[in-house]
Write a protein that binds this ligand. Structure first.
Ligand SMILES: [Zn+2]
Length: 408
């Protein structure tokens, strides 16, 4: 009869690396294939996908990761990336050293090697990691791209609109942003600042969602506030303000952005935690949660972000009206445009240093969105304006035009 320790020894001898690797890689591949099939089938009945996956499965399976992330003051996802990269480099070094020793041994100038180089093992481990990460994409949220959208759930009537309505939206949001900006602390150059750290600002992001959920019940849920990214510098070169990397369900925000940009970005990333994958919808939901917050910086950030999107769209259609909106006496053109300029200066400074990196990053994001059936790719972010017009459909007819339009 074998003792306990010899049984364990026998077990490990039996299941040597090759067998264990085959089992793990096989299981990871099977998981990836099964969830990919579910992902492909999900769009056939999006209501059923929402009912089963988005509203039941997704919140439950992502909660353990979100709870773990909540325990740490730094990004767990980024830390895992650092650890994995360090392990890979260490493995590569060990394999290379062994390979060199084996070569010397073959030439008779070193003792016989004890172990093979192990490059094959390293490759197998990389393959397993890739299969697990690929599977995570579908398990932890990729399917949400095939689920019901916020437009469908909210009942907002999004339709083609006209330039007069767009101009009125700009005026409305500009006035709101102006009101929200009053009383906020400014630095010596007149930019909005905040005494809190980036992480402290981000930690306040879930607060507005309770009020937003009173307007749209589909916005209720459990959130883990985004983390200020350890890789903020890299994200800046990539022109990324925030990210919800589905493979590890923890939101990350670039802390290099100005204080008044952080709240709307943080609330955008929280919208993805609810299972809303479309970028224009995450923009709108983030906007709504920000302006529903009791935190004055959040309120300004929300209106400011909505105003920026609306004004960009107006500029692309009618520059005279765009100028007229800026000249409205109800809008603090100097203060708000200063904030915009500062934000653009920060992003441009990184873009100019590494234009190729920002172009590649934009192309990757564009391809990623298009591969998930978002036909206009990164341009989809700007569709938030259509949602804003639908949301303010009752208020906008009351806004007086400044460009001489007679349409009421
Ligand atoms: Zn997003």
């Amino acid at each position: 009869m074998k003792s306990g320790s010899s049984k364990i020894k026998a077990f490990f001898q039996k299941y040597r690396f090759r067998r264990v690797a085959t089992i793990v890689a096989g299981a990871a591949a099977l998981r990836l294939i099964l969830w990919f099939v579910l992902y492909r089938l999900a769009s056939r009945d999006r209501a059923l996908t929402y009912k089963i996956y988005t509203s039941c499965v997704f919140p439950v399976i992502t909660q353990p990761m979100k709870s773990v992330a909540k325990l740490f003051p730094f990004s767990v996802g980024e830390t895992l990336v650092i650890i994995m990269a360090a392990l890979f480099v260490a493995g590569l070094v060990i394999c290379t050293v062994r390979a060199v020793r084996n070569k010397k041994s073959a030439r008779g100038i070193a003792p016989a090697p004890k172990k093979p180089a192990g490059f094959a093992r390293l490759l197998v481990m990389l393959l397993v990691a890739a299969l697990l990460i690929g599977g995570n994409f579908f398990v932890y949220g990729g399917i949400n791209y095939k689920s019901l959208t916020f437009k469908e759930l909210s009942g907002l009537d999004v339709k083609n609109t006209d330039i007069d309505t767009l101009e009125k939206l700009c005026l409305y949001l500009g006035k709101k942003a102006t009101e929200a900006r009053q009383g906020l602390p400014l630095d010596e150059k007149g930019f909005v600042v905040d005494s809190r750290s980036a992480q402290e600002i981000l930690s306040a992001s879930p607060a507005g969602y309770a009020k937003a959920a009173e307007k749209f019940s589909c916005l209720s849920g459990r959130f883990t506030p985004p983390k200020a990214a350890l890789f903020s510098e890299i994200m800046s070169y990539e022109q990324i303000a925030g990210i919800f990397p589905i493979v590890f369900t923890e939101s990350i925000v670039n802390k290099n952005a100005p204080a008044y940009d952080l709240p709307s970005v943080a609330c955008h990333e929280l919208a993805h935690q609810l299972g809303f994958a479309q970028e224009d919808e995450a923009n709108f939901i983030g906007y709504l949660a920000a302006i529903c917050s009791d935190d004055p910086l959040y309120v300004y950030s929300g209106y400011y972000s909505g105003f920026c999107y609306a004004m960009n769209k107006l500029y692309s259609f009618d520059r005279d009206r765009w100028v007229a909106v800026w000249q409205s006496p109800e809008i603090d053109a100097e203060g708000i445009s200063n904030d915009m300029r500062r934000s653009n200066e920060i992003w441009d400074s990184y873009r100019k240093k590494a234009e190729v990196v920002s172009k590649v990053s934009e192309a990757v994001n564009d391809s990623y969105l298009k591969s998930n059936d978002i036909s206009d790719g990164t341009h989809s972010y700007g569709r938030v304006v259509d949602l804003l017009i639908a949301y303010y459909s009752e208020q906008l007819p009351e806004v007086s035009s400044v460009s001489g339009s007679t349409q009421g």
